[in-house]
Write a protein that binds this ligand. Structure first.
Ligand code: ADP
Ligand code: MG
Length: 362
């Protein structure tokens, strides 16, 4: 077990069409050995299709997939050394828990005496000791998910694929399982490709995130970089909350509302200014040189428990939202509707993005 058993995955030029629909459109993706990589995208973006190409259940129209040095595009699923957790678990209802988990070993021709201890070990790994004789229908959703996971790892695959494995669980259990899966990955060290449409889940769990939309790779990077420096308007809108405002570019000097923007170094390209509610603050009248300042009028204040969301109409007519943490002992936690306010965005958090606001991105 451990890192030396993991394999890198190299996906090159993979396209898959269904009639006129491009489920995957010329996807290139390098997945590092032993990393936890998440495919993140909206429903219908091609996540499952790509995972099925890796698992061997789906043959692309063209392209190449290599596990390590080996081209595997024509290799049948059971020869790929890949563990898979399907979206709906796909457990065998007529088998007990132990038989479900032992199935991949049986398929590989192991004898009963060899299977037994490995099933027990897998049960222990997913914290289900003693559940071997249970029927699948006697399990809760979370337990079924663990059995599916145990079945996927019982033969020590070098690659683990998971398709929205937590989507059927309630929020609390899902958040606990996210941490558990992360720990399990650290322990087992196999290259893991994880699919979700939940951006927070992706940010929580991943070493890197591959954002996909309409069968295309939009951005591949670490969670922080995806959030702080989205490559385009799609990524900015899909991950986190954001407003994108059009900036004027005059000879390499971007400005908004006639005022030149102060920017983080090396970030003067792009037509859109990224404003995230939690990155904006209310400024007083003192000049704060490191902030870009925007003035406007409060249109609405929404109390959300841990924070207020304040909607502001800027002087030029654009709408932005500001998140302001609600503290019990802070008297002026939020302004009132109709107040004239100044918003500040720190220069280091002033990010421009390529693209336009047209096309119904928000
Ligand atoms: P995701 O998992 O991101 O929700 P999928 O990979 O399941 O998306 O699907 C990507 C696109 O391919 C969608 O438009 C979907 O309708 C289409 N698609 C997937 N599988 C098939 C199929 N077997 N036949 C026809 N269209 C399909
Ligand atoms: Mg899917």
């Amino acid at each position: 077990m451990g890192q030396e058993k993991a394999l890198p995955i190299k996906i090159q030029g993979v396209t898959k069409t269904y009639g006129s629909v491009y489920a995957l459109n010329d996807v290139d993706l390098d997945i590092h050995s032993g990393e936890f990589l998440t495919l993140l995208g909206p429903s219908g973006s091609g996540k499952t299709t790509l995972l099925m190409v890796l698992a061997g259940f789906n043959r692309p129209d063209c392209g190449s997939v290599r596990f390590g040095e080996r081209e595997i595009i024509r290799m049948p699923p059971h020869k790929r050394d890949v563990g898979m957790v399907f979206q709906n678990y796909a457990l065998f209802p007529h088998m007990d828990v132990a038989a479900n988990i032992g199935f991949p070993l049986k398929l590989r021709g192991l004898a009963k005496e060899q299977i037994r201890p490995r099933v027990d070990e897998a049960l222990a790994t997913v914290q289900l000791e003693g559940y071997g004789a249970r029927g699948v229908d006697q399990l809760s959703g979370g337990q079924k998910q663990r059995v599916a996971l145990a079945r996927a790892i019982v033969f020590n695959p070098r690659i683990l694929l998971m398709d929205e494995p937590l989507s059927a669980l309630d929020k609390k259990l899902r958040e606990r399982m996210q941490i558990e899966l992360r720990h399990l990955h650290e322990k087992l060290g196999m290259t893991t490709v994880y699919v979700t449409h939940d951006q927070r889940e992706a940010l929580t769990m991943s070493d890197r995130i591959a954002v996909i939309n309409e069968g295309r790779l939009m951005q591949l990077d670490k969670p922080r970089a995806i959030y702080d420096q989205p490559a385009n308007a799609f990524v900015a809108n899909f991950i986190g909350e954001s407003t994108l405002l059009p900036v004027e570019q005059n000879g390499g000097v971007p400005s908004f509302g006639g005022v030149a923007l102060k920017l983080a170094q090396g970030n003067a390209d792009g037509e859109l200014l990224l404003l995230r509610p939690e990155r904006l603050i209310f400024l007083d009248d003192d000049d704060k040189a490191e902030f870009n300042r925007f003035t406007g009028v409060v249109r609405e204040v929404v109390y959300q428990g841990e924070s207020f969301l304040v909607y502001i109409t800027l002087a030029g007519g654009h709408e932005v939202a500001v998140r302001s943490v609600s503290q019990r002992h802070s008297i002026a936690a939020a302004p009132d509707v109709g107040d004239q306010v100044s918003l500040g965005l720190h220069r280091d958090e002033t990010v421009l993005i390529e693209g336009s606001t047209e096309g119904g991105m928000d």
